[in-house]
Design a protein around this ligand. Structure first.
Ligand code: ZN
Length: 277
């Protein structure tokens, strides 16, 4: 009898474990990142796109700025059983600024500059396409710099009726020289002192296609291929590239999908009070 009970409990435990083989952390929302956990040896796909599943069963995916309201995650467990999750993706309202009656733009890059821009865009795209097996993306993110948030993810300007590219990142305004720290562990996949648009630029790889970008830096203090730990200084805020004032542009991408890094951290901490006297 006792043996039978133990067997029953064991069956119940297995059934419970089987009931929730797919754990997801993060909010399904436009610009959001989801970290999942499945039994090791499982396969996963989001809307038909295969996801890298780590040896520990961890994986990730993200939602674009204009992601449609539904996404489908299919997990194939090691025994071949399929689990399907329909995710309702929350919609966001973005800041849209319309400015009409502007004189036509005077600034047209020269053919040499256009060549340079093309080369740099390809370099950045290649860095963001990094698909490494490191599991660091599951760590808890910290703000890379302290300052005033002067730009948010998804905002867009419509100049003379022409929509400009949305702002894919969060801007932190602070004086030139303010330290920029790695938000979690990472490997440097791009370290450039002076790109045409983004000036001093660093891209960090956190694994499985998740990268973060740091732009307009006055100093780039890491080298390509270097591994950095959370909180390590990687550079300093500046006003390099095409900007009007010193700030950090912080971007986050899941491969070709720009995500909202501000969703990965809490509110900006209040500035430290100067010591009395
Ligand atoms: Zn920006």
């Amino acid at each position: 009898m006792k043996r039978f009970l133990v067997l029953l409990l064991w069956v119940a435990a297995v059934a419970t474990a089987r009931a929730e083989p797919v754990l997801l952390k993060g909010e399904p929302i436009q610009g959001g990142l989801i970290v999942g956990q499945v039994p090791a040896g499982s396969k996963a796909a989001l809307d038909g796109r295969a996801l890298r599943v780590g040896a520990d069963g961890r994986f990730l995916f993200g939602f674009a700025r204009d992601q449609k309201p539904e996404a489908t995650l299919v997990v194939t467990l090691p025994d071949g059983v399929r689990e399907t999750r329909r995710l309702e993706v929350a919609r966001r309202d973005y800041q849209i600024q319309r400015i009409d009656g502007l004189p036509p733009s005077q600034v047209t890059p020269s053919p040499e500059e256009l060549e340079r821009i093309k080369r740099e865009v390809a370099k950045v795209r290649a860095a963001k396409a990094t698909d490494s097996a490191v599991p660091w993306f599951a760590e808890t993110f910290a703000w890379p710099a302290q300052g005033i948030i002067s730009g948010v993810y998804g905002s867009q300007r419509i100049l003379n009726g022409e929509p400009r590219a949305p702002h894919y990142g969060v801007d932190v305004a602070a004086p030139t020289g303010t330290p920029v720290l790695a938000p979690i562990r990472a490997r440097v996949v791009l370290a450039e002192p002076d790109l045409f648009f983004t000036g001093g630029t660093i891209i960090l790889d956190h694994g499985h296609g998740l990268t973060t970008t740091y732009a307009h830096l006055s100093a780039v203090e890491v080298a390509l291929g270097e591994e950095v730990r959370q909180g390590q200084r990687i550079g300093r805020i500046g006003a390099t590239g095409r900007v009007t004032g010193p700030h950090l542009h912080w971007g986050m991408d899941w491969f070709d999908r720009p995500l909202d890094p501000a969703r990965m951290v809490g509110p900006m901490p209040a500035p430290a009070k100067p010591a009395p006297g």
